[in-house]
Design a protein around this ligand. Structure first.
Ligand code: SF4
Length: 489
């Protein structure tokens, strides 16, 4: 083996081609699968990101808000680049760039200097602060640091500075998202509750949803109902702003005064109950009006439940336009059913999305044969099992909580399926198993514009099944013998 300077590199441990081939074949076996599933102290290609990334997404969802990382610059680059690659849009955020001295003496000096600079340079309406691992390990007291920052005049006394502790050695991006949304709403709504006031609006908590098409779909549905609404942590414009030649640092986001007044709302609904667990628990105690936690409206049944709930809470009939849309979605499912019926899938992703994938596939008569979550819980497992048990197509499916994509690879090689549903990270397992990966969820780095097409609602049903069915039909056209190459499929 020689490098680009023409020098020969001697491997530390030479491996013969025969040995490489033996191991390559062995990792596809049942024996290896058992060893792989006995693995405890190592995670390979997990299906989650770290907490601060979720916190950054939440911060981007509020008007004029600058996400502020208290911690390492490299960590901040990771969150930004992951969001940036998924949306193909800028993800402007700052970091107070803690280094070795910060790790020894604490990060207060970094935080104060960075607050002053960011406030002067980027003129945000609000800075939403969250932590990387380092300040959490050394025990930085963010609350005290921010109090001191105001006292010393680094930042105006009444300037909104919500902060969330987002240690990445526990939880995941959805935990960080939840913590940041909670902190922002707590700061913005403080002292804003007015006895007897009702905005008449619906507050919608979408959860960790990186699909801008979903946000537009929620708004379209609510407009069709004639329900006034505030979408909390609304990233639809932030990460899908028009390209008109003008750079805007803070496009879109939930207006801060609307978010503040959301505490006087008529109804607050979360459609990402796993990604807003703490926020919603606090909302139930603090917000006026009625509250409801619903699953992500993916598939027909869950979309029906969402619309029926809106209808009940606002005492309005489901609009004729949405009823017609449902009929079209059912028609699209009927047309596509023969191509999906009986197909077996592996699915992985965040809890809220997983429940949606499983519902959607079962409705199509397909089997979600391997269901995997790398940060799962008993509650999620029970919910998934109940969905699978409720359909003949759920029989024989396996649920794998707290497993990663290297586990998934073993499942695919020993108990094959027809395709995978998940984010870009699954492409290696899909390639090894020689099956298609349908890219939904987060992050998607290797396809364009996926985040613009909705997964929720009846439009989401049509979009997902069209993409899946047509790919199977493409595969048939690409691989069939000439005599079976037909105009009709
Ligand atoms: S896991 Fe911790 S160290 Fe790694 S990028 Fe996330 S915050 Fe930084």
């Amino acid at each position: 083996m020689s490098n680009n300077l023409g020098l020969t590199v001697k491997p530390v441990t030479p491996t013969s081609p025969e040995e490489e081939a033996r191991v390559a074949a062995w990792i596809d076996t049942q024996e290896y699968r058992e060893k792989n599933f006995a693995r405890q102290a190592l995670v390979v290609n997990p299906v989650h990101c770290c907490q601060p990334l979720g916190a950054e997404l939440a911060a981007h969802g509020f008007q004029g808000t600058l996400p502020f990382v208290h911690g390492s610059q490299g960590c901040a680059s990771y969150y930004r680049s992951t969001l940036n690659r998924h949306f193909r849009e800028p993800a402007p955020a700052v970091s107070d760039a803690m280094t070795e001295d910060g790790a020894v003496f604490g990060g207060q000096a970094n935080l104060h200097e960075a607050l002053e600079n960011a406030y002067a340079l980027y003129k945000p309406k609000m800075m939403a602060i969250f932590t990387s691992c380092m300040p959490e390990v050394i025990g930085d007291d963010l609350g005290a640091f921010l109090k001191n920052a105001r006292a010393k005049g680094h930042i105006p006394k009444d300037y909104p500075l919500p902060y969330a502790n987002t240690p990445s050695f526990s939880g995941s991006h959805i935990t960080g998202y939840d913590a940041m949304v909670l902190a922002i709403l707590q700061v913005l709504t403080e002292g804003k509750k007015v006895e007897g006031r009702c905005t008449g609006k619906l507050n919608l908590l979408p959860g960790f949803d990186t699909n801008t098409g979903d946000y537009r779909e929620y708004k379209r549905i609510l407009d069709a109902f004639g329900i006034p609404h505030t979408v909390l942590a609304d990233i639809s414009e932030t990460f899908d702003s028009p390209n008109d030649g003008t750079y805007r640092q803070y496009p879109g986001g939930t207006p801060l005064d609307e978010a503040a007044d959301s505490i006087n709302g008529k109804v607050t609904i979360t459609v990402g109950p796993y990604a807003t667990a703490k926020t919603f628990a606090w909302v139930k105690e603090s917000y006026a009006g009625r509250h409801a936690a619903l699953p992500l409206p993916m598939g027909i049944a869950k979309t029906d439940a969402f619309l029926m709930k809106l209808s009940e809470l606002f005492e309005k009939p489901v609009p004729a336009a949405l009823r017609a849309e449902r009929g079209r979605a059912v028609d699209a499912m009927t047309d596509a059913q023969q191509y999906l019926h009986g197909k077996r899938f592996a699915v992985y992703g965040d809890p809220d999305l997983l429940l949606g994938y499983v519902s959607f596939l079962l409705e199509m008569g397909a089997t979600p044969h391997h269901v995997l979550c790398s940060k799962g819980s008993k509650k999620l497992e029970k919910e998934l099992q109940a969905l699978l048990d409720g359909s003949p197509y759920g029989r024989g499916a396996g649920i794998y909580m707290n497993r990663d994509l290297w586990h998934l690879r073993s499942l695919l090689m020993t108990d094959p399926v027809d395709a995978i549903l998940g984010d870009t990270h699954g492409k290696f397992a899909a390639r090894d198993a020689k099956i298609p990966l349908f890219r939904f969820g987060f992050p998607i780095f290797d396809r364009v514009n996926k985040h613009r097409l909705p997964l929720i609602g009846y439009q989401g049903v049509i979009h997902m099944l069209t993409e899946i069915c047509n790919r199977f039909l493409d595969l048939r056209d690409d691989t069939c013998e000439d005599r079976f190459f037909e105009m009709m499929r």
